[in-house]
Write a protein that binds this ligand. Structure first.
Ligand SMILES: [Fe+2]
Ligand SMILES: [Fe+2]
Length: 319
């Protein structure tokens, strides 16, 4: 039988029953297996010491820490919701292995939201937290406009062009620039004073999950760029559209506000730009490559592991 349709709501057959329907050696299935092996449970993390540490902070430190956590939590909620059109887009393209991986990806984002909410409840920060995102207009621009608009465009038209725009927004700006820089800030806060041991565990687990997420985004852009070289311009164009608001989120906050914990905003911005530039390089290197090779190439995952090793080295130097 010719390859059946597995688009949502229009099934004519089954990917898993088809010849070669679910290649466990393909890149997305390897990410899926790794995620299954590294499962963690937010309910297992003890935030008792975190509550003591938050209580002992100065008002400025507590406000800043709360803003970082609130922006993360709202971001995790947003990406839990907004990835769902990408799951359907993979089915529309007949890529069941990617769909399998993205279901785990959505689950992990939901789990990240849960982990932050458990932290807030445990440290006693239970009032409405919207003020912490509303003070950053660039944050709202990304999470209430650019992210949902580019992801829900896939529901209308899951074309390679729209997939690239969605992936650059989601994987390379929101995860690769904002979240990664935020993890770095958390690590600096926690390491500078040896505080928030529960949050340190959350960040370690989430960081591991996010490396797979970003690797999938790089992989997805690579396979489209390898198949159609003109799509490289779409990567570049979308990145240019979003760099200003993304940097606005990183350096945002109250005007003239002093940053506690020795946080250096210029260092954070440089850190973010370096990661974006190198991940774009990984996509660009797929130009002219054989798409069948891309499907098994581990380069996107290796790049994330390299970034991680570099971060560990920098943080070891801080402590
Ligand atoms: Fe996440
Ligand atoms: Fe993620």
């Amino acid at each position: 039988m010719s390859r059946p349709t597995i688009a949502h709501g229009r099934r004519t057959g089954f990917a898993s029953l088809s010849r070669g329907g679910l290649d466990v050696d393909s890149f997305p299935m390897r990410l899926f297996a790794e995620g299954n092996a590294k499962h963690w449970n937010p309910a297992d993390i003890d935030f008792t010491q975190d509550a003591r540490d938050v209580a002992e902070m100065t008002d400025l430190e507590r406000w800043w820490t709360c803003s970082l956590a609130a922006q993360f939590m709202a971001g995790e909620e947003s990406v839990t919701q907004d990835l769902q059109p990408f799951v359907a887009a993979m089915a529309a393209e007949g890529r069941f292995a990617d769909e399998v991986y993205l279901t785990q990806f959505v689950f992990e984002e939901a789990k990240h939201t849960e982990a932050f909410r458990r932290w807030f409840d445990a440290v006693g920060l239970t009032d409405d937290l919207h003020a912490h995102v509303e003070e950053n207009p660039a944050y709202l621009e990304i999470f209430t406009k650019h992210l949902p608009e580019s992801l829900y465009a896939l529901a209308e038209d899951p074309s390679p062009r729209n997939q690239i725009r969605a992936s650059v927004t989601y994987n390379h700006i929101v995860e690769g620039t904002l979240a990664l820089t935020g993890y770095f800030a958390w690590s600096t806060v926690c390491a500078s004073r040896g505080i928030l041991p529960g949050m340190q565990q959350v960040i370690k687990h989430i960081g591991g999950d996010e490396r797979r997420h970003m690797a999938w985004g790089t992989f997805t852009c690579r396979r489209h760029v390898a198949a159609d070289d003109s799509l490289w311009d779409v990567v570049d164009e979308r990145m240019q559209e979003l760099l200003v608001p993304a940097m606005g989120v990183v350096i945002g906050g109250r005007e003239g506000e002093e940053r506690p914990f020795g946080i250096d905003i210029n260092e954070m911005a440089e850190y973010a730009m370096d990661k974006v530039g190198r991940r774009l390089g990984a996509i660009e290197s797929a130009r002219g490559a054989d798409v069948r090779v891309i499907d098994r190439d581990a380069a996107p995952e290796e790049l994330e592991e390299t970034f991680h090793a570099e971060d560990q080295a920098v943080l070891a130097a801080v402590v």
